[in-house]
Design a binder for this molecule. Structure first.
Ligand SMILES: Nc1ncnc2c1ncn2[C@@H]1O[C@H](COP(=O)(O)OP(=O)(O)OP(=O)(O)O)[C@@H](O)[C@H]1O
Length: 280
């Protein structure tokens, strides 16, 4: 039996036993990662989907059935793949973002973190797999994302209007978010004249404008000073405490300790995504 078919049947069998969608997704992702890393066939490793689902349901105990997921899954990439010029960048990667969680996405240079973020943001079409997002997305790219000739206030209006913010509300919200990052946007020059770290603050503010349900931030605090990095995390923690989801790409050592969960993209073999720690 093909791995994908086996995993699909496992999801159906878990749901049939009353296991909630969050728990089901976690079990399927874990099984997927295990199969990829060991290279074992699903039937050999776990037996039939029905038998494995029954064993999982037993292990979780009767209260797992119909237990609501601790947090709602807000965005999910399921077995996503992407090739560039015949080379696999992502090969069957699955990740899940839940409300109330600030998740760190890490992995070596070139392993596909930015590609995965762009796919989740709907900016890039995957070659295989599915992306499911329930709500709105705010995305801050690794580079660029701002317009050199425009003032920060003009950015706030430009980005805030399509998200339903009136002109004044967009400026007010943009300035408030900037202030939380320790930046006085009202008196700042055009984006082209901002320092690298300050331009990153503008990028983060633009992603958060209009309070989208999911924040996708690609190396958001590269170039920010230490105080600003602390402020960035405080902003993100307040964000997730407000019940929203966030995925942050970073190579910074402090990020592992500060995030609620860590998803590591492997550079080798199947390029599996392993969720190694959860705040749940
Ligand atoms: N548009 C493109 N055309 C061809 N190859 C691309 C394109 N975009 C990315 N790649 C390649 O895909 C791979 C993954 O790139 P990506 O930017 O997603 O990695 P990353 O994990 O974010 O890297 P880093 O940590 O250096 O930012 C790299 O080998 C990159 O060269």
């Amino acid at each position: 039996m093909r791995r994908d078919t086996w995993l699909d049947e496992l999801a159906v069998e878990l749901a049939a036993r009353g296991i909630g969608p969050g728990e089901t997704a976690a079990v399927v992702v874990e099984a997927d990662v295990h199969l990829r890393e060991t290279g074992t066939g699903a039937l050999v490793a776990f037996g039939s989907p029905a038998a494995y689902a029954a064993a999982v349901a037993d292990a979780l105990g009767p209260e797992a059935a119909h237990r609501p997921a601790a947090r709602q899954a807000r965005a999910r990439a399921s077995r996503v793949s992407k090739r560039y010029r015949g080379t696999d960048v992502l090969d069957g990667v699955s990740v899940e973002l839940r409300d109330g969680e600030a998740v760190l996405l890490m992995g070596p240079n070139g392993c596909g973190k930015s590609t995965l973020l762009r796919i989740l943001a709907g900016l890039l079409r995957p070659d295989g797999g599915a992306v499911d997002v329930d709500g709105t997305i705010g995305y801050a790219p690794q580079d660029g994302g701002v317009i050199g000739d425009l003032l920060p206030d003009e950015h706030f209006v430009l980005f805030g209007r399509p998200r339903g913010l009136a002109r004044d509300a967009a400026i007010q919200q943009g300035r408030r978010l900037a202030d939380q990052l320790g930046w006085d946007a009202a008196s700042a020059p055009a984006a082209g004249a901002l320092s690298g770290g300050t331009r990153q603050k503008l990028n983060v503010v633009l992603a958060a404008l209009g309070e989208p349900d999911v924040l996708l931030l690609d190396e958001p605090y590269q170039g920010m000073d230490r105080d600003s990095v602390q402020r960035f995390w405080e902003l993100l923690w307040a964000w997730r405490d407000g019940g929203r989801a966030a995925l942050v790409v970073s190579h910074a050592h402090d990020a592992i300790e500060r995030a609620d969960a860590v998803i590591e993209l492997s550079a080798s073999r199947a390029r599996a995504a392993a969720r190694t720690r959860s705040a749940a």
